[in-house]
Design a binder for this molecule. Sequence first.
Ligand SMILES: *Cc1c(COP(=O)(O)O)cnc(C)c1O
Length: 365
Amino acid sequence: MTSEGLPDLRREPHPNPLPDEERERILADPVFGTVFTDHMFSMTWTEGRGWHSATVKPYGPLTLSPAAAVLHYAQEIFEGLKAYRYEDGGIGLFRAEANARRLNISATRMAMPHLPEEWFLASVRELLAVDGAWVPGQDESTLYLRPYMIASEAFLGVRPAKEYQYLLIASPAAAYFKGGPKPLTLWVSEEYNRAGPGGTGAAKAGGNYAASLLPQSEAIEQGCDQVIFLDAVEFKYVDELGGMNLFFAYEDERVLYTPELGTILPGITRDAILTLAAEAGWEVRETKYSIDRWRRDAESGLLTEAFACGTAAVITPVGTVKSRSGEFQVGGGEAGKFTMHLRQTLLDLQYGRAEDTHGWTTRVA
Ligand SMILES: *Cc1c(COP(=O)(O)O)cnc(C)c1O
């Protein structure tokens, strides 16, 4: 049994799932976020009744009123985690409990109901129980899991909705970088912010991403990969990228800096790196870190490496930083040694190749 008391659980297997050969063909080289597994999970929350109608069913369109609150006022939150294929054929998760906890932190900020953590985890188990064959086996490929919650009540007034849907879909993903990570070129947005004090920056909410798309397009126009957001008060301190946290490594001092929590998204990868770096003998400092300092220390060579991190891209070196006032390189524009060491350490844990001394991994098959 994997249901863990999911309310009214119904399992409706797909009458004709994708044939094995077709699935294998897709898994050989999946394009991120374009193909979904045979099934999805859904559950409804209604005021006065709570969560009910847990269902595993064929992947397909939602039935939603055109007046559903999410479509008008963006009451939506989400999570992102991966299922990893172990060398023995099993399937594992990495810190899924932290995703379950963070969904509820986001829910609080967006005035949405909490989902009991054990039901979040049970929904992941349920979906993997029917779609486990969709977890790819090649190096650094994964099944990306997307749990999310939307306000589904049909009501145009502005107040928290009285009905919500929790959904879980899954999409196979190839290695983010084929042939190893390529150092990123980043664009400093001096016009737009992602999050201000008291805002929703620490919630994993779709609306934050909508607001990041225009500055991200500007970054692309400038020939960069991603946008760097600065703090909304002084436009001075580094916050993060649109969907990744940032780190700054000083090899001589063996000190690793990262922006403090507050307006940034509290990344689970970020949190794991803080632990792994400390175990590697580095001092970790969560503090304000200015863009001026980044430039100064990169140019002097004191700052030896910088990298971005998140579930999707794991750990990715930063090679070049551009802004209206010019550009600079970090570590000669190359991937740093410590960055690549942390990346390998993390991947070994995620794929169950290294001993899990932190209780971070869960085997589900
Ligand atoms: C999800 C996300 C991250 C990375 O978080 P992880 O838990 O490491 O995947 C960083 N920044 C933003 C804005 C995000 O939405």
